[in-house]
Every structure is written in C-alpha cells, then in structure tokens.
Design a protein around this ligand. Structure first.
Ligand code: ZN
Length: 196
C-alpha cells in the first residue's frame, strides 16, 4: 500500500482529520538500537546547527537577548547529541542510513524553519519555536516507538519520547519566566534608515 492510500485509510478510520505533518510516516521503522540512536543524534545535531544559525541571524540584527537564547538552545541540543555519542560509545558521528534520514518533512523534527524568524522577535517567540520543536521531537519518537519491531527499540524510543516530553515541560516553565510580548511587538518604532 502506498503512503497516500495508507494515510487515507488512517484518517478515515480515525474520523478526525490528521494534521498535515502526520499524513505520511515520519521515519521508516528503525530496526535496531544503532539506527534509532543515529536518528536521535541527527535530530539533535541538526537542531543545534539551526539554533546556532538563528543566533547568528539575530546577532546581525543586534537582537542580543534572542541571540543569547538561541545560543543557549544550540548548546543544549549539542550536549544532547554528545550524550548520545557517549551512551553508544561512538567516537565519531554515525553515518546516515542508506537513502538518507527519512524525516517527515525535508528536515528533522526538531529543526526550526527560517520563516519563523523576525528581527524584532523576543525571547518568548524564540521559546515558542523551541516548544514546537520539542513537541515535534516527542511525536517523532512516539511514532518510532509505535512502529518499532523489537521490544528493545520500542522501549528505547519510548524513553526518548519521554525525554522530549520533559523538554516540552522545561520550555513551558522557561516561557513563564520571560515577558509576554505586547500585541504590537513587531512594529518598528525606529526603523533602519538608509541615507544616501
Ligand atoms: Zn528535545
């Protein structure tokens, strides 16, 4: 059965419309621990790299507060990636599976889209982005747990999903500690002027 048929059957069975991102499987079922952890590693490292890029973008716009926050997020994700190497006893990053990682979209589930950036954005917005990423990572590992073909992989994927759920809670707590943006946060009262 192809992915479209499968998705159609799924949504018919479920009655309620499935979210667009859930319409096709996010990753082929992983067959063993090495594959699972290679996915986990790739997800974290991709997220770390994107947050670092976001921080650079904010630096260009002199948005120091958000730059700092993205740097912090990049460090956290990088640490997760390192922990995976350590846990697995890997001395080098795992090679990607044949045919590449089968993400649901073009990128990993914890990788934020550039379109979410705004030069006037506030720490709260950055955390909103992080929250969405953590939720997607949770769904990703939950999906892998559901499709796992061995108990060991199922258990490990569930554990990863639980970790991501913990990240969701951490970000939610963090959001309570930063000011909520005013409704007109994106109106620039002092727009950049170009004098010739
Ligand atoms: Zn996470």
């Amino acid at each position: 059965m192809n992915a479209t048929k499968q998705a159609a059957r799924k949504s018919a069975a479920k009655k309620r419309a499935a979210p667009a991102r859930g319409a096709k499987p996010s990753a082929a079922a992983v067959r063993n621990m090495n594959e699972l952890m290679a996915y986990a590693y790739a997800l974290e490292i991709e997220a770390a790299e994107r947050y670092a890029e976001f921080a650079d973008a904010m630096e260009t716009h002199n948005n120091r507060a958000v730059e700092e926050l993205f740097r912090k997020l990049a460090r956290i994700e990088h640490k997760h990636a390192e922990q995976i190497l350590e846990e697995m006893g890997w001395t080098a990053p795992p090679s990607s599976p044949i045919g590449g990682y089968q993400w649901q979209g073009l990128e990993g589930p914890e990788t934020a889209d550039f379109a979410t950036l705004h030069y006037l954005m506030q720490p709260y917005h950055a955390l909103e982005i992080a929250l969405l990423n953590e939720k997607r990572a949770f769904e990703f590992f939950s999906g892998l747990a559901r499709r796992a073909t061995t108990d060991k992989v199922k258990r490990a994927a569930k554990e990863m999903a639980e970790e991501e759920a913990e990240h969701v809670r951490l970000i939610e707590d963090w959001m309570k500690k930063v000011p909520r943006p005013e409704p007109q946060w994106d109106v620039d009262l002092d727009p950049p002027r170009y004098v010739d």
